[in-house]
Design a protein around this ligand. Structure first.
Ligand code: CTP
Length: 410
């Protein structure tokens, strides 16, 4: 695929990183590809049409209503002839427009009109990148539209900040769009089970014992692992319409059965689901009618799924658990980490208002078996999911290193 000449639409939006596109166009041209540049109205403040035209040997498009193109509307003509669309640099504004389907720019109209792969290389101020809205928009582009993000990097930014927001290198952009995305898919080849939601333990046809879990953290984790290349099996109590495998369950026992049937072939289990520790001993087939007396529902313990798997897992399998606590957050989480013999636990304080259950945000502490501790201040669950997946990647990397080390010892 990379050997064939491609028609690449390069959408440049209004960021200082736009000047890097001069070199990117030259490099793509050297590799035999045809680049057509589409500028947003703001991008003209950062780059000039003439050098872009000379470097690409093509007309540079800015206007939705250019009279000079054939009979078709410009955005349709360009969308139909493209092999891929690259948006670089992608500002917070253009990302928001793309996520909402706004077509007030030629490039966003092309995005809506095209069926070819779309790559986005964001570049912006760190706060703008980390802003909840930008992250939510990125999530939409990845999970709903299948766009591929070439993540911004950590570095000194033109705005004076130091942090994530620097556009990826031209080398990385070219590697990603032409040679597949193993660089942006660090979990490729890994099978990961993610559980989400809260289990329901049935009392009768209308009643159950449940909990407040919305499933948002588990879904964010499954989406992130999937976008990083993992083969994801999402076991969820909440419905989810996804392109990867989703198995819906209701009770803790159903959850356990599915996990146990999938776990043998899995490289990791991320247990974000809130599992009920108890279930009614008996389930009534008929609705329980009220009488003039109190009733007692006898409960029995559900098995601790993580504890069972932690005991039996293979050496190279990684298990990540969650710990929702209202007091002694860290101490209790460490106890669970050790008791369940798992590799990582994500602890959160459920007493903090507005975050956690049902919210799009949380604040957590990530604790690992080797004693590391990372505190993540209030941020979106999508961002937290990325941190957790990156930690998982680190664990896989360490396992590889250990294997090499052991081999060298022999
Ligand atoms: N968990 C599990 N099976 C259960 C209960 C919990 O696998 N029967 C998992 C949860 O999915 C979570 C972790 O264990 O990843 C910790 O769950 P939590 O409810 O915080 O703690 P418990 O172990 O249930 O202990 P306690 O309720 O006493 O805090």
């Amino acid at each position: 695929m990379s050997g064939q000449s491609k028609n690449i639409i390069l959408g440049i939006s209004a960021g200082i990183a736009a000047y890097r596109m001069y070199d990117l166009i030259s490099e793509l041209k050297k590799l035999g590809h045809n680049v057509t540049v589409v500028l947003t109205s703001g991008a003209k403040h950062f780059v000039s049409e003439l050098p872009l035209k000379i470097l690409s040997s093509n007309h540079v498009y800015c206007d939705m209503f250019s009279p000079e193109i054939q009979n078709k509307p410009v955005h349709i003509e360009l969308a139909d002839n493209a092999d891929l669309v690259l948006l670089a640099p992608a500002t917070a504004d253009i990302i928001a427009k793309a996520a909402c389907g706004i077509c007030d720019e030629l490039i966003t109209s092309i995005l809506l009109a095209t069926h070819v792969p779309v790559y986005i290389a964001p570049a912006m101020n760190t706060n703008m990148w980390e802003h909840f809205t930008t992250q939510k928009n990125i999530e939409t582009l990845v999970t709903k539209l299948g766009y591929k993000i070439i993540p911004p990097e950590d570095g000194d930014l033109a705005c004076g900040y130091s942090g994530v927001g620097h556009i990826a290198s031209n080398e990385k952009i070219i590697k990603t769009i032409l040679y597949g995305d193993s660089e942006t898919k660090p979990l490729l080849g890994k099978k990961i089970i993610v559980t989400a939601g809260g289990t329901r333990e049935v009392i009768d046809p209308v009643r159950f014992i449940g909990n407040k879990s919305s499933g948002k953290m588990g879904l964010a984790l499954a989406d992130t692992a999937n976008s990083m290349g993992a083969e994801v099996v999402l076991v969820s109590t909440v419905p989810a319409d996804r392109k990867y495998q989703v198995i819906e369950v209701e009770s803790a026992q159903e959850l356990q059965e599915v996990i146990e049937s999938e776990f043998d072939r899995a490289d990791a289990l991320i247990m974000a689901a809130a599992v009920s520790d108890f279930r009614p001993i008996t389930t009534s087939k008929q609705k329980i009618k009220k009488k003039n007396e109190d009733i007692t529902i006898e409960l029995t313990r559900n098995p601790d799924i993580l504890e069972i798997l932690g005991r039996t897992k293979r050496e190279k399998q990684v298990i990540i658990g969650f710990s929702a606590e209202s007091e002694n957050i860290e101490k209790n989480a460490i106890e669970k980490l050790q008791k369940k013999k798992i590799d990582m636990i994500i602890a959160n304080d459920i007493t903090i208002p507005d975050i956690g259950f049902g919210s799009d945000e949380n604040a957590v502490t990530i604790l690992t078996r080797d004693g590391s501790k990372e505190i993540l201040q209030r941020q979106s669950k999508v961002q937290i999911a990325r941190h957790i997946c990156n930690k998982l990647i680190d664990i896989f990397e360490t396992m590889k290193e250990t294997k090499k080390h052991d081999f060298n010892k022999k």
